[in-house]
Design a protein around this ligand. Structure first.
Ligand SMILES: Cc1cc2nc3c(=O)[nH]c(=O)nc-3n(C[C@H](O)[C@H](O)[C@H](O)COP(=O)(O)OP(=O)(O)OC[C@H]3O[C@@H](n4cnc5c(N)ncnc54)[C@H](O)[C@@H]3O)c2cc1C
Length: 110
């Protein structure tokens, strides 16, 4: 199984499958989980940025059925069960997309 995204959802999915007979490849473009709810506190200087960034290996690296890869998934090819990751094609049996969401300022970026 390939899980794209090591945020709340991706980490939870990894942990939920800890006892399953499934090999998991967790892919994220960052090597850390960002605890977004405390971003405001970092921005206002109440919390250090390192305190809300936990390495993915620390969270699930010891789980025997998980390998963690760093890179950005840029293309999905569902018909072939493939993703394009770091410029290379990677096959999967099952795919979990846990890539979060983006912001929209409705064209008013300022
Ligand atoms: C400022 C702020 C405050 C918040 N406060 C709260 C709160 O108080 N309570 C609450 O419940 N929620 C809060 N939220 C919302 C909460 O943080 C999100 O709902 C949650 O983080 C979503 O988790 P996720 O796993 O879906 O996505 P994310 O945590 O965004 O994780 C997505 C992961 O996917 C990775 N990724 C994305 N695209 C790719 C790609 N193409 N290739 C490889 N990796 C990729 C990213 O690097 C990231 O690690 C807050 C959010 C913000 C921004």
């Amino acid at each position: 199984m390939v899980i794209v995204g090591g945020g709340f959802a991706g980490i939870q999915a990894c942990r939920a499958l800890a006892q399953s007979e499934v090999r998991i490849t967790l892919i994220d473009k960052r090597n850390f989980n960002l605890f977004q709810p405390l971003l405001y506190q970092v921005a206002t200087g109440l919390v250090a940025s390192g305190d809300i960034a936990t390495p993915l290996r620390e969270l699930v690296g010891k789980q025997p059925n998980v390998q963690i890869l760093l890179g950005e998934v840029t293309q999905l090819i569902p018909a072939k069960h493939q993703i394009v990751f770091n410029g290379k094609t990677f096959s999967y049996d099952h795919l979990v997309l846990a890539t979060g969401s983006g912001s929209s300022f409705f064209g008013k970026d300022d």
